[in-house]
Unconditional design. Structure first.
Length: 122
């Protein structure tokens, strides 16, 4: 069996207002039961120059856990920074889930900005 973690976000498309409560369903199928799962709300930059990565919040799903399972979470989003895309740099948001001790990981991107629209820098 291939190790897999999947995150399903309630909004489709996954766009949120600053301060919204994001509802996520975390599903995992692993060769062995994990000791725990770490869920991190993160933003990161991509583009030219230095990149940045910040963990805004960490949640822990503790065992005993089965090798396959799911958990529904509500995560309060902060009011900033907002998602944006530019020619030189972009700021992106994501939920990252890591199973321990295997360190199987997934990242689920989403947009967080006023009017649920990524800011486009021209």
């Amino acid at each position: 069996m291939a190790a897999q973690i999947v995150v399903h976000l309630e909004n489709d498309p996954p766009h949120y207002e600053p301060g919204d409560v994001m509802v996520a369903q975390v599903e995992w199928q692993l060769p062995a039961p994990p000791d725990y799962l770490q869920v991190a709300l993160v933003w990161f930059t991509r583009g030219k120059g230095n990149t940045d990565h910040r963990v805004v919040e960490r949640l822990r799903i503790d065992g005993p856990l089965e090798s396959a399972g799911s958990k529904r979470l509500g995560i309060q989003l902060p009011v900033s920074p907002w998602s944006f895309s530019g020619r030189l740099i972009s700021l992106l948001w994501a939920i990252e889930v890591t199973a321990y001790p295997s360190r199987t990981r997934t990242r689920c991107p989403f947009v967080m900005a006023p009017n649920r629209e990524e800011i486009r820098l021209v």
